[in-house]
Design a protein around this ligand. Structure first.
Ligand SMILES: [Zn+2]
Length: 450
């Protein structure tokens, strides 16, 4: 005899196999934050960053007007400006580390600096950290040119603008866990700044649950294929995890979890949350860690076992990126502010902001999530324990077909176990904690157990 199956069904995004209406439930606090994203602010940040001439990681750190040093000091001053109205919750500093010549992209000793702003969580028992990152450094066509103009308006002042705008808006709010807003250096020199930060986080056991890396998020047209559009954005995520794959490969293979690693699961969360809060923006999930021939600052995090994804514009123009400003055979090159679509950048910023805010307001992950596989049955029984952080209003059981990229059905319960008449053989399941205001944790896939 089955006990009552579900305490209630809040909504089902789709009846499995058949499309239905989608009920959108927004948290008013997050909606208000999303509305605060301002195209003038974004434009001001980018023009200011471009005004430093070059932000090459190997450029001057002492010139007050030109180079990476002046740029990072300005970012720090912006964070400090936001901190002034954050009641002591926001603090910022430049985390510096010395690199000596490496025979590759560092030719002299440099004092690399990541500008880090921390919005300390209000709950001292909550050690979760959510990070938004972009890279401050820019480059010329010649990666070793430390002095010539390298405006980097889109790559990656656009990402830095999103980081600053999220810090400006979210630092006025109080969250249980901690948010970190960071603009790193050394990306173009070989992901140096993010590698330094990810290794430090691993060594110090930071409980980083999500890293949103924004790199090139402000332009709306593609070179070669000449496609224009500002209503889609890409989220890149690794499938099989780089970290500890040798240890986890057999369980991944046995359970078919190739698409349920930390990064892919975070990407799915970004899509669901972003599309809930941001109009006219579709998130295209790309099932690979990054583009061909390119790297990004999420990679050192995934290599150190953290959930990290890359957010990048839909249509890339390679006559802009990594190119000296010039005109050649009638084609203009260079990464200038005039080629940014600020309305598009604003939507991509809203995508980040809504995701960060929803995570920051979510209870912790449900613990010890287990699927009962002892008996041959067409019912599925899953149980779990309450999260360590926050106080959940309840939980969502998530269900999707094994071939579906996103969760299709969501069942709400206030219990910590659930039985559904849906076969575990035919669907994927996961559990999220959810707050009173509908803010979901990341999804946890059950392991076989009892
Ligand atoms: Zn970049």
């Amino acid at each position: 005899m089955l006990k009552p199956l579900l305490s209630s069904i809040i909504f089902s995004v789709m009846v499995l196999g058949a499309r239905a209406q989608v009920l959108i439930h927004k948290d008013p606090e997050i909606s208000a934050c999303v509305q605060e994203v301002n195209t003038d602010s974004l434009s001001t940040y980018i023009r200011k960053l471009v005004s430093f001439g070059t932000r090459s990681t190997i450029s001057s750190t002492t010139d007050p007007q030109r180079g990476i040093g002046a740029a990072r000091n300005w970012v720090l001053s912006e964070f400090n400006r936001f901190a002034a109205s954050a009641d002591g919750r926001l603090s910022a500093f430049i985390d510096t580390v010395t690199y000596t010549p490496d025979g590759k992209r560092v030719s002299t000793t440099i004092h690399l600096g990541n500008v880090v702003a921390t919005l300390k969580g209000a709950d001292t028992a909550d050690h979760r950290i959510f990070i938004i990152s972009a890279h401050l450094d820019s480059r010329k066509s010649d990666i070793m040119d430390a002095t010539g103009d390298a405006p980097g308006a889109n790559d990656d002042a656009s990402g830095c603008a999103a980081v600053l705008e999220c810090a400006r808006i979210l630092s006025k709010h109080i969250f249980g866990p901690t948010l970190i807003f960071v603009t790193v250096s050394g990306e173009e020199q070989g992901l140096l700044g993010s590698t330094y930060m990810a290794k430090k986080a691993r060594a110090q056991n930071w409980d980083i649950q999500a890293v949103l890396n924004n790199d090139i998020i402000g332009s709306n047209n593609s070179s070669q294929t000449n496609i224009e559009g500002n209503t889609q954005v890409r989220v890149f995520s690794e499938g099989l995890p780089y970290y500890n794959l040798d240890k986890e490969a057999s369980i991944i293979r046995q359970l078919g979890l190739e698409n349920d690693g930390k990064a892919r699961s975070l990407a799915r969360y970004v899509k669901e949350t972003g599309e809930r809060y941001v109009d006219n923006l579709g998130v295209m999930l790309i099932y690979r860690n990054d583009r061909f021939l390119r790297g990004g600052d999420h990679t050192p995090y995934v290599e150190n076992g953290f959930a990290a994804i890359r957010i990048t514009e839909m249509n890339e123009n390679f006559t802009r990126q990594h190119q000296d400003v010039r005109t050649d055979k009638g084609i203009s090159y260079g990464d200038l502010p005039a080629f940014i679509d600020y309305a598009y950048l604003a939507r991509n910023t809203q995508l980040n902001l809504s995701t960060l805010a929803n995570l920051a307001k979510s209870p912790g992950l449900p613990q010890m999530v287990r699927m009962d596989t002892r008996d041959l049955t067409n019912n599925t029984h899953i149980n779990w324990q309450a999260p360590k952080e926050g106080s959940p209003h309840g939980y969502y059981l998530l269900i999707r077909e094994t071939t579906s990229p996103t969760w299709q059905k969501k069942i709400f319960t206030t219990q910590t176990d659930i039985t559904v008449p849906i076969s575990k053989d035919n669907y994927f399941f996961a559990v999220q904690s959810v707050s009173e205001t509908g803010n979901e944790s990341l999804a946890v896939v059950p392991l076989p157990g009892r």
